[in-house]
Write a protein that binds this ligand. Structure first.
Ligand SMILES: [Ca+2]
Length: 411
């Protein structure tokens, strides 16, 4: 008797079904595994992307910090001739995850530092030697240091005068500066006083000096034109100079009663020399604003002492000022005083001094550059003003820094 075939065929079909089921289950399992793996990878990718964005945003914040710092007092706030360092910063987001940045001012002629993988790693570069134009190199890190991004941006100062100034003393009103023992010197051209008013009250000790064309036929900028001594005298002029005006005998180097100056309003007079209206200049160009009257809505300080010894800044003083030491030959200043300027000291100033009010006093200051007054100049001391094209040239580009367009890069 042959055994029935049916059960055997049923068993075979059962095995096949089981096999297919197992294969299907395996496939589903593999698909599930694959999907979950790629979901994890995607999650990781998007987390990386979030962290990269976080780091880049932090790096941008660093550049903005460097720019804001430079626009408010320049690169050397403590006047030690060393470019300041900006401390490392932590940013906290709305979600509570922190990010970090460190930013350096770097001389654009030097190699730019790369960002360390850890936010506490070494990040340093040579200090800039040209303090009015620098590269800001900023590194940003994500919360876990897994992403680090670098942003580089050139920061450059803007013009701080309206054009070349060629006279040691300019006044819109009367020039009475030679009443005392003032000495005005110009080694480079034959103009020492340019006045909208008359030149009054010269004493025998007030004098002007111009270049001695016999000993110095050319106006060489390498000549030591700043060496005037403490009390230059007409019968013994400083080296390279010759006396032109003494007492009431005015030399050809003095111009009085010029209606081109006297017909201007104070604002027009300011704009003529500084290239902008006073308000625009204060808001966009001044790098340090002192408000002694406490009438402005924004200022850097209300303490006039905050400007003592400043270099490489465009200083705006709202109110009156007694002239302090300011600038050096290499790091001059632009000083704007909206009130009166008192010369009662032995201050030494390099750069351009612009006074909206009157110049008064009786001190013995020295100004290497130019003194411009929208009022009158009447001082009885022994001020010495030396026209200084080198200091003025450097003072002409000290305005509030901007990001130089086209110099941004995130690598
Ligand atoms: Ca410093």
């Amino acid at each position: 008797m042959t055994p029935p075939l049916r059960p055997h065929g049923r068993r075979e079909r059962g095995v096949a079904t089981l096999f297919i089921t197992v294969v299907l289950l395996l496939s589903v399992g593999l698909i599930a595994l694959y999907t979950s793996r790629s979901a994890v990878a995607e999650q990781r990718l998007s987390a990386n992307e979030v962290r990269a964005k976080q780091a880049l945003a932090a790096a941008h914040a660093g550049v903005d910090h460097a720019l804001a710092y430079m626009r408010n007092g320049g690169l050397d706030h403590d006047n030690d001739d060393v470019v300041d360092t900006i401390a490392a910063n932590t940013l906290t987001s709305a979600g509570g995850t922190p990010s970090y940045y460190r930013v350096l001012y770097v001389d654009s002629s030097l190699a730019l530092p790369i960002c360390p993988s850890s936010r506490t790693g070494t990040f340093a570069a040579g200090a800039p030697v040209v303090p009015t134009e620098v590269m800001a190199v900023s590194c940003g890190w994500s919360d876990d240091d897994s992403s680090v991004q670098r942003v580089v941006q050139r920061l450059t100062a803007t013009p701080s005068t309206g054009g070349a100034i060629s006279t040691p003393l300019v006044t819109r009103g009367t020039t009475n500066l030679l009443t005392g023992g003032a000495s005005l010197l110009n080694f480079f051209n034959d103009l020492t006083v340019w006045s909208g008013g008359s030149l009054l009250g010269q004493s025998n000790t007030g004098k002007t000096f111009i270049r001695d064309r016999v000993t110095n036929p050319t106006a060489d900028q390498n000549f030591d034109y700043r060496n005037t001594g403490n009390s230059p005298a007409c019968n013994n002029p400083p080296g390279g100079y010759t006396c032109s005006t003494q007492g009431s005998v005015l030399g050809h180097d003095t111009v009085g009663g010029d209606t081109n100056l006297s017909s201007k309003s104070v604002d027009q007079f300011f704009q003529y020399f500084m290239g902008q209206t006073p308000t625009t200049y204060r808001e966009n160009t001044a790098t340090w604003v002192v408000d002694t009257n406490n009438t402005l809505s924004t200022q850097n300080s209300t303490n006039v002492g905050s400007i003592d010894g400043m270099k490489n800044n465009v200083i705006w003083v709202e109110g009156n000022l007694t002239l302090p030491n300011l600038g050096t030959a290499d790091r001059p200043v632009v000083l704007v005083v909206t009130g009166n300027l008192q010369l009662s000291s032995n201050a030494v100033v390099y750069g351009l001094v612009f006074v909206m009010g009157n110049v008064t006093g009786n001190g013995n200051p020295k100004i290497f550059g130019s003194l411009i007054s929208a009022g009158t100049a009447s001082a009885s001391g022994n001020p010495i003003i030396v026209y200084d094209p080198l200091a003025l040239g450097r003072a002409a580009n000290l305005g509030r820094a901007v990001k130089l367009p086209g110099t941004w890069r995130d690598w």
